[in-house]
Design a protein around this ligand. Structure first.
Ligand SMILES: C[S@@+](CC[C@H](N)C(=O)[O-])C[C@H]1O[C@@H](n2cnc3c(N)ncnc32)[C@H](O)[C@@H]1O
Length: 272
C-alpha cells in the first residue's frame, strides 16, 4: 500500500470520519449491517487516530443502520426514476454512489465542503455520470449549475442538524422550486436532540455544533410548499435495525419505549 493520506479536519467536516470509521468496522463483522468494503479500504488509506472518533464496533450500528436505511429508500426512488438527478448532500466520504451503482440514466452529485470534496477526489476513482461538488450546501450557486430537466432525489444523511434552521428550509425550498418533481430524503434530530448535543460524543469531539431541530413532518410540510410526506420513521423502527446485536437492541428497545427518545432522531421522506 502507498503512503497514507494525512487528514486534518475540525468541526462538522470531521464528523464524517466517525461515520466512515463506523462503516469500516461494520465491514469487518461476520454479519455486517451495511458491508461497505469501500469504507474499509478508505480507512486503511487515511493516516488518522481513529480512536478519536469515539466509534467502536458496539456503537457503529447507530451509523450503519441509518446508512442502510437511506440506501434502501434511495434504491426505491431510483427504481421508479432511473433517469434522476441525485443530490447527495453532506456526502462526507460515504460511498453511496458506488454501493448503489446506479445505471447510466442517473446523474449523481456528491456535495460537501471543499476540504472534504478534495479528499473524495483523492480517495475515490472517477466514474461516469458522477460529480463531486466542492461547496457549502447552503450556497445557492452550486445548484444553479445542475441540470433541472428531470426528477431529483435529494439525500442528506447526517447533515440537516448542522445547518441553521433558516438555511435548511431555504435549501429544501430551492430544490423543490428548481426541479419538476422528485424526493427529499434526510434524517433530522428533534429539538430535544439538539439540546442534548453535549451527550453526542462524535459531535463533541469534533468541536461541531448542532443547530436545526425538527420535531415532526409538519415542521417541514408547513415550511416547504409543494412537499408531501411519504414516510417518517424512527431509527428504531427501520427495517435496517433487524440485523443489530442483542445488546444494542436491548438498549434501543428501552429508548424506543419513550416517545421523546424514540423520535430524537428521525428519517424523513417527502415527494414533490
Ligand atoms: C456526520 S457527517 C455525514 C457524512 C455522510 N453523509 C455519512 O453519512 O457518512 C456530516 C457531513 O456534512 C457535511 N456538512 C455539514 N455542513 C455542511 C454544509 N453547510 N455544506 C456542505 N457539507 C456540509 C460535513 O462536512 C460532513 O461531511
Amino acid at each position: 500500500m502507498g503512503e497514507k493520506l494525512h487528514v486534518d479536519l475540525s468541526g462538522a467536516p470531521q464528523t464524517m470520519l466517525a461515520t466512515l470509521y463506523a462503516k469500516a468496522l461494520d465491514a469487518d463483522l461476520p454479519k455486517p449491517i451495511l458491508g461497505d468494503r469501500f469504507a474499509r479500504d478508505i480507512v486503511d488509506r487515511i493516516d488518522y487516530d481513529w480512536s478519536k472518533t469515539s466509534i467502536t464496533t458496539t456503537n457503529s450500528p447507530s451509523v450503519t443502520t441509518r446508512t442502510a436505511h437511506f440506501d434502501l429508500w434511495a434504491r426505491q426512488c431510483l427504481a421508479v426514476h432511473p433517469e434522476a438527478v441525485v443530490l447527495h448532500l453532506g456526502c462526507g466520504l460515504d460511498a453511496r454512489a458506488f454501493r448503489l451503482d446506479p445505471g447510466p440514466g442517473v446523474e449523481w452529485y456528491d456535495v460537501d465542503y471543499p476540504d472534504v470534496a478534495e479528499l473524495r477526489r483523492a480517495l475515490y476513482p472517477a466514474r461516469d455520470h458522477y460529480h463531486v461538488v466542492p461547496a457549502s450546501v447552503t450556497d445557492p450557486d452550486w445548484l444553479a449549475a445542475i441540470p433541472t430537466d428531470r426528477p431529483a432525489l435529494m439525500i442528506a444523511e447526517g447533515l440537516t442538524m448542522y445547518l441553521e434552521p433558516s438555511d435548511g428550509i431555504a435549501l429544501l425550498r430551492r430544490i423543490v422550486d428548481r426541479f419538476p418533481s422528485g424526493e427529499l430524503q434526510f434524517d433530522a434530530f428533534s429539538r430535544l436532540g439538539i439540546r442534548a448535543q453535549w451527550m453526542n460524543a462524535v459531535v463533541r469531539r469534533a468541536g461541531a455544533t448542532l443547530r436545526w431541530g425538527v420535531d415532526k413532518p409538519d415542521d417541514i410540510v408547513d415550511a416547504v410548499p409543494g412537499v408531501r410526506l411519504l414516510a417518517w420513521v424512527s431509527p428504531f423502527d427501520s427495517p435496517s435495525f433487524d440485523g443489530v446485536a442483542w445488546y444494542y437492541r436491548a438498549v434501543s428497545n428501552a429508548m424506543r419505549a419513550v416517545p421523546s427518545l424514540r423520535y430524537m432522531a428521525q428519517y424523513h421522506r417527502y415527494a414533490f
